[in-house]
Write a protein that binds this ligand. Structure first.
Ligand code: LLP
Length: 427
């Protein structure tokens, strides 16, 4: 509904013709829809409420951490899930109250822990006994109290891409299920530590509620066991992972997700929280790109070389991810659909957006939108091949604004220096 084809204006994102943005800012350019973001946040929050869960929503900012995105979601009531000192500072910079921030991640440094405690964030999700000991020492030395949840690895199969599964035994994440109860008891006895409960996150782009349910059942059993042994458990953080529809798969259902939480953890008198990333922002963004040239290669489908590449959108190269591609207007489609390989200009065979994709005929200069790139898109960009970071635009109903200009190429070497002894390029 946020994206539709208009006979006159071409592809509209909310109320803005995308061809205007492509023309005025140049390509490649990431476009995020603020109205779409708000609508998705409200759908998710409503599903939680309808299931009778007063769950707090901590947006996993790794998915898209632009300040404007954070501000839009924070204004809707979102807190943040962060995984680095940098993300923590970004969330604070965007105006998210520290007590609404949760710090996750397997490798928090002592410095990051100090920063978190100094800012007084809501909660740290700990992933190992080693991390717990370190945090206790740091909190004690600072005279602070660290509110913590233990992230448990429930050993369930999330049925997703291996590179984004996080809750199987053998994945680097979380505390082994069998060790969690004992470590919680230890946490309760440590100075500087206030154990609140448990956290679980089994992976990303999960399409069906079954893996969630299996994980939450195990956490519910753990909560019961720990309570029986006399320890208070006040909260469970149910993680993120809800999938979206990139191709023809069904979009993960907020209702079914909320239902899985309600059925397993709902009746236990717990404060509940979730950490969604992709579901909120993925469909709220597109990447606009233009055909540099079509390279005809005797017989085989032609290579359509785009001006965006794996340095911009890494997902197809890294996960064989599928993203929809739509011409921006009738003028960008020169003829009937035919198979093509869509590639970028980067010098790697893996720099392929789509192979054997049947699309309306694309010729030199045609502009297309790559769909569902709002999550894990711009945030995973690099400047490989000295390609400056692409511009970013925010659309909001009929309005739009550049929220990050295209990086000037000089910025790529501005912070580099050559030691004196190297001498000039030509002696
Ligand atoms: N919480 C934790 C602890 C996480 O590790 C993640 C994602 C989330 C929440 C949010 O998950 P989501 O709701 O977005 O599925 N770059 C990959 C995805 C990596 C996900 C990492 N962790 C991709 O492009 O598919």
């Amino acid at each position: 509904p946020h994206l539709r084809m208009d006979a006159l204006d071409g592809l509209l994102f909310e109320g803005v013709p995308l061809q205007h943005i492509a023309r005025e800012t140049g390509t490649p350019v990431w476009v995020t829809g603020a109205g779409t973001l708000r609508a998705r946040y409200r759908r998710l929050a409503e599903a939680m409420r309808e299931a009778g869960l007063g769950a707090r929503i901590h947006y996993a900012i790794k998915a898209n951490d632009h300040l404007a995105v954070l501000r839009v979601l924070a204004a809707e009531g979102a807190g943040a899930d962060v995984v680095s000192g940098g993300e923590l500072m970004r969330a604070v910079e965007a105006g998210i109250a520290p007590e609404r921030i949760v710090f996750s991640g397997v490798g928090k440094t002592a410095e990051e822990m100090r920063l978190a405690l100094r800012l007084g964030i809501g909660q740290l999700n700990l992933e190992s006994a080693e991390e717990l000991s370190l945090l206790s020492g740091i909190a004690e030395a600072m005279g602070a109290e660290a509110r913590v949840a233990l992230r448990v690895n429930p050993d369930v199969d999330a049925l997703t891409h291996a590179k984004i599964s996080t809750g199987k035994a053998g994945d680097k994440f979380g505390i082994a299920y069998a060790d969690a109860a004992a470590l919680y008891a230890r946490a309760a006895a440590l100075p500087g530590i206030v154990p609140l409960g448990f956290a679980v996150h089994i992976g990303s782009q999960i399409a069906t509620p079954a893996p969630f349910r299996a994980a939450f059942e195990r956490i519910a059993a753990l909560v019961a066991r720990v309570r029986e042994s006399g320890h208070a458990v006040r909260m469970v953080d149910c993680g993120g992972g809800l999938g979206i529809s990139y191709r023809d798969e069904a979009e993960g259902s907020p209702r079914a997700f909320a239902g899985a939480i309600a059925a397993t953890l709902g009746g236990l008198g717990l404060d509940l929280a979730i950490e969604p990333g992709r579901w909120l922002v993925g469909p709220s963004g597109v990447l606009l790109t233009r055909v540099i040239r079509v390279k005809q290669d005797g017989g085989a489908p032609p290579f359509v070389v785009l001006d965006s590449a794996m340095n911009d959108l890494l997902r197809p190269s890294l996960y064989e991810a599928w993203h929809g591609v739509v011409p921006l207007s009738a003028a960008d489609a020169a003829g009937p659909a035919a198979p093509a390989h869509l590639v970028g200009p980067v010098c790697e065979t893996g720099d392929t957006l789509a192979r054997h994709r049947t699309l309306p005929l694309l010729t030199d200069g045609a502009a297309v939108a790559i769909l569902d790139t709002g999550a894990y898109g711009a945030v995973m960009s690099s400047t490989y091949n000295a390609r400056p970071l692409a511009a970013q635009v925010l659309v909001d109903g009929e309005r739009w604004a550049v929220i990050r200009p295209r990086q000037p190429v000089e910025a790529l070497w501005r912070d580099e220096s050559v030691p004196d002894w190297i001498g000039p390029a030509s002696p």
